[in-house]
Design a protein around this ligand. Sequence first.
Ligand SMILES: NC(=O)c1ccc[n+]([C@@H]2O[C@H](COP(=O)([O-])OP(=O)(O)OC[C@H]3O[C@@H](n4cnc5c(N)ncnc54)[C@H](OP(=O)(O)O)[C@@H]3O)[C@@H](O)[C@H]2O)c1
Length: 235
Amino acid sequence: MSSGGSRIALITGASQGLGLETARALARQGMSVIVTGRSPEKLATAKADLDKDGTIFTHELDVADQASVDRLFAWLKTEFGRLDVLVNNAGRIYPDLPGRITELPASTVLDAINNNSMSAYRMIQQALPMMNDAGHGRIVNLSSGLGALSDMGGGTVAYRITKTAMNAITRIASNEARGDVKINSVCPGWVRTNMGGASAPRSLEQGIGGIVWAATLPASGPNGGFFRDGKPIDW
Ligand SMILES: NC(=O)c1ccc[n+]([C@@H]2O[C@H](COP(=O)([O-])OP(=O)(O)OC[C@H]3O[C@@H](n4cnc5c(N)ncnc54)[C@H](OP(=O)(O)O)[C@@H]3O)[C@@H](O)[C@H]2O)c1
């Protein structure tokens, strides 16, 4: 398999929503994009949709499963030997009724942390050494204003905790970035996707703007920040 020497971008949970549209945007910029997801059927549909936009590869990936992450990176290293952009997009909202700490089982929160936060941890553990060795790379962690401690309210317990943890992973990992490697958290705003629902105010196009911005930062760009639409927001 060959990328023809172009930059390689990998997106988790990319068979729908923000991940799919980010894949399209990066492919249109000339990157070879590896679209990953849990369902082979959804990956095939996504590839058929995206093929007109550029060079698309697909690979199964369940970010909650370490063995699945290990299989992906073994394949990536053999087939491409490089990774220029990683977008840690996969996540679940964990609609939590009850939405109170006094009612929500700890096991639900642990499951959410495994799926939404340790997922990025696992991906960064493998991607960051490759990028540091190459001296170049961009990692984008999909976060949310719901994870910002500066604006923390009640409810949505599990999801909030996972996105606060995601932000901690961004800050800590950014200190391990070497050379022109940058790791940032991005909040896409409230976007009309399966997760965001039909009444969300932002379109997919608006939602991916800040993700693509962080994935394509110049060498002078920031490392270890939290952004919406390319502008810093409070942690
Ligand atoms: N939409 C918003 O308003 C909003 C706001 C702030 C932040 N975000 C964040 O943006 C990211 C994308 O959300 P979205 O709105 O595009 O939601 P979405 O349409 O529900 O897409 C989420 C994607 O994540 C995948 N996923 C979940 N768990 C996974 C796992 N263990 N392994 C692999 N893939 C997994 C899903 O795959 P399956 O199809 O296999 O379930 C799906 O493709 C999420 O991290 C979300 O928290 C969204």
